[in-house]
Design a protein around this ligand. Structure first.
Ligand code: PRP
Ligand code: URA
Ligand code: MG
Length: 219
């Protein structure tokens, strides 16, 4: 995996097996897709937050029996940004575990009429102090990598350091990982699955189809 991207974390949680089988199955209906993908994205969100070294502090707490050396997450040091539209589903899970987290949105859509499925940026709204924070960039799918690259460009343009960005993702593939590795090797990627490849329409194989359409019932 290190050959695909130097800063890649692939989740191994056993709980993901059943959840992935449900969401990959094309027979799974919209309600179940939302239910199982939200369970999966909650695991992913927790594991992503656990990787935010710059927002985690060492503390001592006291159990009723003894002192305990632990760590806590400082939500004020974090900004969660979704790549609209599919990213909004993962953003919802991140917000559920980090109530009060500051939020940004970047609307990027693939142009499905182009052979390369070129990513186009339409809208970007980010909090003013984002450059002082660590950023969780949320998008369940990393295919060609065009959308994620454009989103990272928008964050870098307002002063966010690539090393302060963590890309949280449900399914990726070698093509997208290599694309991001070439452009932004410092951006950490936390993914729940690395699939085989892209097909001729630049969809992930085996993948799960169009995440946004299945989640938002626009099939
Ligand atoms: C999907 C997905 C990613 C992007 C991945 O979004 O949510 O943003 O494609 O593909 P890429 O790596 O080749 O850029 P899409 O543009 O289909 O919009 P949606 O979120 O509204 O479904
Ligand atoms: N967008 C998706 O939702 N799925 C893919 O496989 C590729 C892009
Ligand atoms: Mg998108």
């Amino acid at each position: 995996m290190a050959t695909l991207h130097p800063n890649l974390v692939v989740l191994k949680n056993k709980s993901l097996r059943n959840l992935f089988t449900k969401i990959r199955d094309q027979e799974t209906n919209v309600r179940d897709f939302e239910f199982y993908s939200c369970r999966l994205m909650t695991v992913l969100a927790e594991e992503t937050v656990a990787e935010l070294d710059n927002a985690i502090e060492q503390v001592t707490v006291h159990t009723p029996c003894a002192a305990f050396q632990g760590e806590v997450v400082d939500v004020d040091k974090i900004c969660a940004v979704s790549i609209v539209r599919a990213g909004d589903s993962l953003l919802g899970c991140v917000r559920a575990i980090l109530p009060g987290v500051s939020v940004g949105k970047i609307l990027i859509q693939r142009d499905e009429r182009t052979v390369e499925k070129e990513a186009k940026l339409y809208y970007c709204k980010l909090p003013p102090k984002i450059s002082e924070k660590v950023v969780i960039l949320c998008d369940p799918m990393l295919a060609t990598g065009g959308s994620a690259k454009k989103a990272i460009e928008s964050l870098v343009d307002v002063g966010v350091k690539p090393s302060n960005i963590i890309f949280s993702n449900v399914v990726c593939c070698p093509e997208g990982l290599k694309n991001l590795a070439a452009a932004y090797p410092e951006v950490k990627i936390v993914t729940a699955a690395v699939d085989e490849c892209l097909n001729e329409d630049k969809y992930i194989v085996p993948g799960l189809g169009d995440y946004g359409d299945r989640f938002f019932n626009t099939v």
